[in-house]
Write a protein that binds this ligand. Structure first.
Ligand SMILES: Cc1ncc(COP(=O)(O)O)c(C=O)c1O
Length: 381
């Protein structure tokens, strides 16, 4: 019965191995950020992403902030990033004293387009922040090639793309590379709705030992090694606890199963909703093996309801939904600070106004998914 009463947009799946690991961490007495679970989690996740080093932090936002800070940008330096993302991305750039430069979303997969990135490169561009959306990767082959030609750094925000893959080497010699393995540094979120979760948490992964050492120091108040409580740098308190790492670690062992489940949800929605004429569905691109983290749809202009009304009707029927991002160029907090005056990004604006996320948690059952689709059709009629 519960199946039919309330269908959450996402809910964590915490199993016995996670509970046992957390209990073990508790019993060991290492409940702060010291203890073996933290290093084990860092190593396991870095290795899953084909990276040499992982630096776990308190959130995906903190991970982005540390990664961008590590680029040592100067005022006037520009970082190209999508407008259609979470504010964490712009915050990291603004807090580093640099300038975010925006690009619109691709209407098919909602990620930034490589052509748009190229068009916004100027002599002041220092980096590209590639943000994968809803588990669907950006075209990293094209973005990496643009960055390499111009000597730009890439920071990859893979917060939503655990286990997603990108095609490299063209369609003939296709080689698939995992999100989190591109550019100077990649960042992840382990918030409760992510595929791998530590409740709250994040990580920067990199192959650069010097960057990793600096990130470790910066996440822990930049304590000097030779004299504790003496500081020659201003750091952050962005530490992850051993309990959080213990919660996340066992999930890496079953990420294959989680991905399979998510991908089933993505394809089941796509199949079931293809015939609903007033809905526009996301279209996975040939370079992408999406993790299908969240499934979203867009209401076409001929739909009889608006997205707010649709969400309200679904909620009354027990189906929880979430709105999509509001573009960075529409954020009062950024506009007030002089960014993006007069800029318009029509695709992102349409996604903001007409898009909606449907229940997509890995625990969503077939009965629940069918119910969501039936109720959705009823609400659109
Ligand atoms: C694309 C993207 N980047 C960064 C973050 C920030 O992660 P956190 O909520 O862990 O700070 C999120 C959060 O979901 C996100 O969706």
């Amino acid at each position: 019965m519960r199946d039919l009463v309330h269908i959450p947009v996402s809910e964590p799946r915490i199993g016995v191995p996670e509970m046992e690991a957390v209990m073990d961490a508790l019993r060991s007495g290492w409940i702060s950020s010291a203890g073996t679970y933290l290093t084990r989690f860092e190593q396991a996740w870095a290795s899953y992403c084909d990276r040499a080093y992982g630096v776990a932090v308190s959130s995906g936002t903190a991970a982005l902030e540390l990664a961008i800070e590590a680029l040592a940008l100067e005022p006037g330096d520009e970082v190209i990033m999508p407008t259609f993302t979470i504010i964490s991305c712009a915050l990291a750039v603004v807090r580093a004293g640099a300038t975010p430069v925006l690009v619109d979303a691709d209407p098919s997969c909602w990620c930034m387009r490589a052509d748009d990135v190229l068009a916004r490169i100027t002599p002041r561009t220092r980096a590209i922040m590639a943000v994968h959306i809803d588990g669907h990767p950006c075209d990293m082959e094209a973005i990496v090639s643009a960055a390499e030609q111009r000597g730009l750094s890439i920071v990859e925000d893979a917060a939503e793309a655990h286990g997603a893959e990108c095609r490299m080497g063209g369609s003939d010699a296709a080689k698939w590379r995992r999100c989190g393995s591109f550019g100077a540094m990649s960042t992840f979120s382990f918030y409760a709705n992510k595929l791998i979760t530590s409740g709250e948490g994040g990580m920067v992964v990199t192959d650069d030992s010097v960057a990793a050492a600096r990130l470790r120091s910066q996440r822990n108040l930049a304590f000097r090694e030779d004299r504790r409580y003496l500081h020659t740098e201003l750091g952050h308190q962005f530490r992850m606890t051993s309990l959080q790492a213990a919660l996340a670690l066992p999930q890496i062992d079953r990420i294959g199963e989680l991905l399979e489940r998510k991908r089933w949800i993505g394809s089941a929605y796509a199949e079931r909703l293809a015939s609903v004429s007033c809905l526009e569905l996301p279209a996975p691109q040939p370079w992408a093996r999406s993790s299908c983290w969240m499934y979203g749809v867009v209401l076409r202009e001929d739909a009889r309801v608006d997205v707010k009304e649709l969400a309200a009707r679904l909620a009354v029927r027990g189906v929880q939904t979430r709105p999509l991002f509001v573009g960075m160029h529409e954020q009062p907090a950024l506009l007030e600070r002089g960014y993006f005056a007069g800029e318009r990004y029509p695709v992102a604006e349409r996604l903001t106004r007409r898009g909606i996320h449907l229940p997509s948690g890995a625990g969503l059952t077939e009965i629940q998914l069918t119910r969501v689709c039936d109720v959705l059709e009823e609400c659109l009629a």
